[in-house]
Design a protein around this ligand. Structure first.
Ligand SMILES: C[S@@+](CC[C@H](N)C(=O)[O-])C[C@H]1O[C@@H](n2cnc3c(N)ncnc32)[C@H](O)[C@@H]1O
Length: 249
């Protein structure tokens, strides 16, 4: 798809690291000419391979800014919008979707953003193998694949193992923000997060005990599709415990 050594790698971590949560199907989707151009030009500067090899200092990527990890940014429109609205935060945006990576690079260039890095590969490997403890000021998971069939539930990203990996990489007080339009997944996320010793629900005062929709979260592409089908959208905001006075680790 790209000349040797150019653009994002097809499978940066290869089989060197165990994949315990298979939340995506490995595939290479077709990129448009504009996305390809953005990947060829901008990947060397703003791209990052999730190869699982060695630790990564996320703050160093952004000149010391606090860093929020967004997992599964899709086409990246919401990511670029949030990065533009808060340029004092570095956005480490991870996905495996090559067209989306090209699109996000294009959007970031068009808006002259310097606070977005595009990470290629499995965010579980990024969390488990590369991010130091307490190095993130937040984690965002917007409209992850719901894997609705019962036999596929183990492929859902948000599950106890993932939540504890995220907790390790998050600083005390950092917020894990999840959103979904799939009601059973919303309930599942709540159960998993409520059972975690590492988090506390920071905003249980929205509909049915979920969070009120945060104003700073733009409408995402998948959310729009869910809304046209009449799906209710749920936000969950959970704070990483471990700060003074929390009483829990
Ligand atoms: C349903 S889409 C949602 C995209 C976007 N957040 C939105 O709301 O429009 C889920 C995205 O998560 C990505 N994804 C799934 N598992 C992932 C993982 N383990 N690491 C990185 N990205 C992942 C998929 O490639 C896909 O782009």
């Amino acid at each position: 798809m790209f000349p040797p050594g150019a653009g994002p790698a097809a499978d940066p971590a290869g089989d060197r690291h165990e994949r315990t949560i298979r939340s995506f199907q490995p595939r290479r989707s077709r990129v448009t000419a504009a996305q390809r151009d953005a990947l060829l030009r901008l990947w060397p500067r703003w791209g990052l391979e999730i190869d699982g090899d060695g630790p990564l200092d996320p703050a160093a990527l952004f000149g010391g800014l606090p860093v929020v990890l967004e997992i599964g940014f899709g086409m990246g429109e919401a990511t670029a919008e949030m990065a533009a609205a808060d340029q004092g935060t570095g956005i480490l945006a991870a996905d495996v979707h090559t067209p989306g990576q090209g699109n996000l690079l294009r959007l970031a260039e068009r808006a002259s953003l310097t606070n977005v890095r595009v990470a290629n590969g499995d965010a579980v490997i990024l969390l488990r193998e590369m991010l130091p403890p307490a190095s993130l000021a937040g984690v965002r998971v917007f409209f992850p694949d719901p894997w609705p069939k019962t036999r596929h539930h183990k492929r859902r990203l948000v599950q106890p193992e993932f939540v504890e990996l995220a907790a390790l990489a998050m600083a005390p007080g950092a917020v894990l923000h999840c959103a979904t339009d799939w009601e059973p997944y919303a309930d599942w996320m709540r159960q998993v997060l409520d059972a975690s010793p590492s988090f506390r629900n920071a905003a249980p005062d929205g509909p049915d005990g979920f969070a009120p929709r945060p104003r700073e979260r733009p409408l995402t592409r998948f959310e729009r599709q869910g809304l046209t089908k009449g799906h209710p959208v749920r936000d969950l905001l959970y704070r990483r415990l471990g700060g003074p006075g929390d009483g829990r680790a």
